[in-house]
Design a binder for this molecule. Structure first.
Ligand SMILES: NC(=O)C1=CN([C@@H]2O[C@H](COP(=O)(O)OP(=O)(O)OC[C@H]3O[C@@H](n4cnc5c(N)ncnc54)[C@H](OP(=O)(O)O)[C@@H]3O)[C@@H](O)[C@H]2O)C=CC1
Ligand SMILES: CC(=O)N[C@@H](CCC(=O)OP(=O)(O)O)C(=O)O
Length: 342
């Protein structure tokens, strides 16, 4: 068993982590922090965890996190880069669910996140936690930067094509929809029930902070700079991401076979039969990404459909998958739930 702490246990990714960790046979949860709720039993705030998590929230300053083998940060952007280095220097492994260690260039980080990076040493050491790309490095990492939710669905959908050399990587288009839990648990007007339900809108069209993260990953996969148009949308559902991805063919190939071969050994990527239409509810509460490929009217545009649960493969589940790799557990431990319908 490993001793695990969670910094930021009151947000949606925090409680999703607790749901998964409470059922993980190799994990002993020893600390869950909240500054605002210190002293409150976790199960008082989240009755779904009654009988499964006996801890109370503790203040991060007094939580003895340095006694853990692994600490997850499920905190807003900018927190882990301040608090994780001391733990890492004490030999504790860290997985950050926020964006602090995702962008390799500190100038790009500052441009998109509006604050200087305070831990460039650990930024250089961090491994981007997309197991389908970096499995070997994740196994040896002390610090894993867990990918964002839109970047997970988008990169998994584009990767086989970008790696194949058979598409024009300068004209990629990602039209992606997210459920409202993607915005977190904080009180904000645009995610009030009467604003977000029975409504649908694009946002961040001039530039969203996941654009540089997706571009960074696809550029590495392509071996040259990619050109990407990324448009996120807010949909009136709670969980789920649906990415509709467009790529122009430059060389003919059996694209369905390319996808099937690329993900043949991936436990959490399911390539559907040709012409399928994956639904977000087919992955709800699971760590699975389902992908389907289309070639409308046999033209020269490929359309890839990629769905995930933003809180699981897009956040907490992928973080547990990374933990399994870092501690040499079976990669699927604690992650074999069947999706929830309806
Ligand atoms: N929602 C999603 O689908 C996804 C979210 N993410 C990322 O995961 C991270 C967490 O998001 P989400 O779960 O929505 O959480 P919230 O942002 O709603 O919650 C943040 C948590 O962090 C704690 N916290 C806030 N500030 C500090 C601080 N300075 N020091 C210590 N703890 C702090 C809060 O508790 P308290 O203030 O009481 O200490 C709370 O428990 C974010 O960076 C988000 O971008 C990533 C992928 C998907
Ligand atoms: C629907 C919604 O609002 N989604 C969030 C992105 C999800 C997220 O938390 O991303 P990071 O981990 O990179 O911060 C947004 O667009 O800001």
């Amino acid at each position: 068993m490993i001793k695990v702490g969670v910094v930021g246990g009151t947000g949606y990714t925090g409680v999703e982590l607790l749901r998964l960790l409470a059922q993980h046979p190799e994990v002993d949860l020893v600390a869950i922090t909240s500054r605002g709720e210190a002293g409150t039993p976790v199960a008082d705030m989240f009755p779904s965890l009654r009988g499964r998590v006996a801890l109370a929230f503790s203040d991060p300053a007094s939580a003895a996190l340095e006694k853990c083998d692994l600490v997850f940060f499920a905190t807003p952007n900018g927190v882990a880069m301040q608090q994780a280095p001391a733990l890492l220097e004490a030999g504790v492994k860290v997985i950050d669910l926020a964006a602090d260690f995702r962008l390799k260039d500190a100038n790009v980080w500052e441009k998109w996140y509006g604050m200087p990076h305070t831990s460039q040493r650990w930024l250089a050491e961090a491994v981007y936690g997309l197991p389908e790309v970096n499995r070997k490095s994740i196994r040896k990492a002390s610090l894993v930067a867990n990918p964002g939710c839109y970047p997970t669905a988008t990169q998994l959908g584009f990767l086989p094509l970008v790696e194949s050399g058979c598409i024009d990587v300068s004209s990629l288009i990602a039209d992606v929809k997210s459920g409202v839990s993607g915005a977190g648990r904080k009180a904000e007007t645009h995610i009030l029930f009467s604003e977000a339900s029975d409504n649908f809108k694009a946002y961040g069209v001039p530039g969203h902070r996941h654009l540089p993260e997706i571009s960074q990953g696809l550029t590495l996969a392509a071996g040259r700079a990619v050109g990407l148009t990324f448009v996120p949308h807010l949909t009136p559902m709670i969980r789920g991401i649906h990415a509709t991805l467009y790529a122009r063919i430059t060389r003919e190939a059996d694209f369905q076979a390319i996808f099937e071969q690329r993900y043949a050994k991936e436990p959490f990527v399911d390539v559907l039969p040709p012409k399928s239409h994956p639904e977000t509810r087919s992955v709800r509460a699971s760590n699975i990404c389902r992908i389907a490929l289309h070639r409308p009217q046999n033209g020269n545009t490929l359309v890839v459909l990629s769905v995930i649960d933003n809180l699981v493969k897009g956040a907490a589940g992928q973080a547990v998958q990374n933990m399994n790799l870092m501690f040499d557990f079976d990669e699927c431990t604690g992650l074999s739930h069947v999706p929830v319908l309806p």
